[in-house]
Ligand binder design. Structure first.
Ligand code: ADP
Ligand code: MG
Length: 294
């Protein structure tokens, strides 16, 4: 009876838009008691829009957007895409960077017109490059963050030249999915590289108070291991390159089908529907399939 029940489980899964890597994963779905959720692209749509442009004194909005847009043109990050799109609609043509590199979870650097341009997490500019935001930009940053917007700082010539705020929306189904997880006995945890203020605002919107913010890509797996060392059995849902190691570390890795190939490869389950309700469906289905076998 066992193989038939498993086939039914995986077949039903395909109907529901859930791809199961192998029947062996069904067992881990039974013991899972914690579900870690990546924020950007998992809880939220990941489609960001540039919503605010604050140049420093002596810098125009056009200059700020031209440098930032050019620097971000080499990055695939959702923040980068929104800055490039926002810049292209406001600036006639973006300069071509002479060189480009990115640091995962922190930001990008590029050489444009012979100048070193940095765009990234404000704490990265201050801690790694010793570039501090002046009081006027710090003030604008706080105002944006308190509205749940993600803020990046832009610098060239070794000085902060402005900030840009981007905004993402929580998927319509995310709050309902959290309720489903709780009904299945799973404790939700929100995990993100974004800052605490934004993460808490998103957490409040979906009803999650256990928020781990400002976590670097390389540290995401450590958060999973820490939960496991507390005796928890952990499922993780993610979509990004940044989530791959954490997805592989979790007892049950669940990838968004809209996510990156690396995330899908690192996971046990892939959700074709890009919403978290499908993750709850997958866990419920696997548990039922197991009940049929036993
Ligand atoms: P998440 O965990 O929510 O998917 P990431 O780890 O990808 O977030 O990014 C964390 C933070 O790193 C962002 O909020 C941003 O401040 C900074 N960052 C990452 N990539 C870029 C980029 N291309 N341009 C500017 N900032 C970036
Ligand atoms: Mg993500």
């Amino acid at each position: 009876a066992t193989p038939t029940a498993l086939l039914v489980g995986t077949g039903r899964g395909a109907q529901l838009g859930i791809l199961i890597k192998g029947p062996q994963i069904l067992e881990s779905t039974r013991r899972v008691d914690t579900i870690v959720l990546d924020k950007t692209g998992t809880v939220t749509t990941g489609h960001m829009t540039l919503v605010a442009v604050h140049p420093n004194r002596n810098v125009t909005e056009e200059e700020l957007l031209a440098f930032a847009g050019a620097a971000e043109s080499g990055s695939e990050h959702p923040i980068a895409r929104s800055i490039v799109t926002g810049a292209q609609t406001r600036v006639v043509s973006l300069p071509k960077p002479e060189s480009f590199s990115s640091t995962a979870g922190l930001g990008v650097q590029a050489v444009i017109d012979g100048r070193i341009v940095l765009v990234g997490r404000p704490s990265w500019l201050s801690e790694h490059w010793s570039i501090e935001l002046p009081a006027n930009l710090q003030f604008a940053l706080s105002a944006c963050e308190s509205q749940g917007q993600t803020v990046v700082a832009v610098a060239w010539d070794g000085q902060a030249q402005g900030i840009l705020a981007v905004s993402d929306v929580v998927k319509g189904s995310s709050a309902a999915a959290i309720e489903e997880f709780r009904r299945l006995g799973l404790q939700p945890v929100l995990l993100t590289g974004d800052n605490e203020t934004v993460a808490r605002a998103v957490g409040a919107e979906i009803g999650v108070t256990d928020v781990r913010a400002g976590v670097l890509p390389a540290e995401k797996a450590a958060v999973i291991r820490e939960l496991q060392s507390e005796g928890r059995v952990v499922a993780m849902v993610g979509d990004g390159v940044n989530d791959a190691v954490a997805l592989a570390t979790a007892d049950l890795g669940i990838a968004m089908g809209t996510g990156t190939d690396v995330a899908i490869e690192a996971s046990d389950l892939t959700l074709i529907r890009a919403d978290l309700v499908a993750a709850a469906d997958a866990i419920r289905l696997s548990r039922r399939t197991l009940a049929t076998i036993k």
